[in-house]
Ligand binder design. Sequence first.
Ligand SMILES: Nc1nc2c(c(=O)[nH]1)N=C([C@H](O)[C@H](O)COP(=O)(O)OP(=O)(O)OP(=O)(O)O)CN2
Length: 349
Amino acid sequence: MQTVYLSLGSNIGDRQYYLHEALSLLGEHPQVLLEHHSKFYETSPVGGVEQNSFINLVAKISTLLSPNDLLDFIHEIEEKLDRERKVHWGPRTIDIDILFYGEQQIDEPQLTIPHLEVFNRLFALIPLSELTDKSFKYNEKIKNAINLLNKTEQEVKVVDEEQSPQTRIERAIREILFAVGENPEREGLVETPKRVAKMYKEILSSQRLNEFDEYKLFKIDPSKVDSIVTVKDISFYSMCEHHMLPFFGKAHVAYIPKDGNIIGLSKIPRLVNYVSRKLSVQENITRDIAEILEKILAPKGVAVVVEAQHMCVEMRGVKKENAITRTSYFLGEFNESVEKRMEFLESLS
Ligand SMILES: Nc1nc2c(c(=O)[nH]1)N=C([C@H](O)[C@H](O)COP(=O)(O)OP(=O)(O)OP(=O)(O)O)CN2
């Protein structure tokens, strides 16, 4: 096992959320043990790019991964957390840099260790100095660099670490259990807050995503495709925003290709998943599927029908079991042409 120090930083969006998610994802790898992490620091941007301040921390891990495998895993995490590589040293939802990998020195095109800039960056050195001691080979160098660097140019100040989303949900569920008259310590409930927090992370996985990007477009001979492309009976599950209760059913999606532009068929169910895995209402899901598909594909027309059962209708209030709600949304030729709309609707029966 090797002891590795990682610098993590974020300066876009919910910065602490991205940092907590990155720490959580790091710890999920079977060959990575998250030992400790430093306090959270608000830091002024270093490197000359005009951008928002960062929140930084340093994590100490033990790992069996090789340096390059660890770098690949880090890039996977950055990818998952919407990292876009637009401007060198520019703004980012998350950045994870390997500062030290044991006492190894590595100088490869894609990886230099110790990190080339580590002794020039207070946003890395100060959190790092929390985790290292005189037994660490570079301890003295770290302390000297901290003393030498200009603390007015590179502001680094401790901020309160917000609770991670997981911790906040677990605490809230415990409160709800108390409030409904339960004992969260009893057999069967002890792990419930953790389970519910994990469940929300899965069923509301789109909640913080800014856009749908899991698609692939293809171009075929326009003369060979002018009819309606329909993907129907796409099952989905969502959570209603009024009662936080599930609603679920089938989505039927159609489009009329334009200029031979088509979308990979598996991407339409992915779009339905993206749109449904957040707190919403059926009308919004129906509209969002249509409008996102139109935006990414620019077809001649889009048609969406959604049929769902709502637990807020079945298990409370009016208590009507098996009531089905049907919503539809039409764009382009499906909006203008009754024939096209009827052709699509008849294909669903
Ligand atoms: N106060 C802060 N300033 C800067 C930070 C930071 O985290 N806090 N981060 C950067 C860098 O963008 C980041 O550290 C990556 O730099 P580096 O590993 O040196 O180079 P990369 O190849 O990974 O840079 P890319 O931006 O990914 O091309 C700057 N300032």
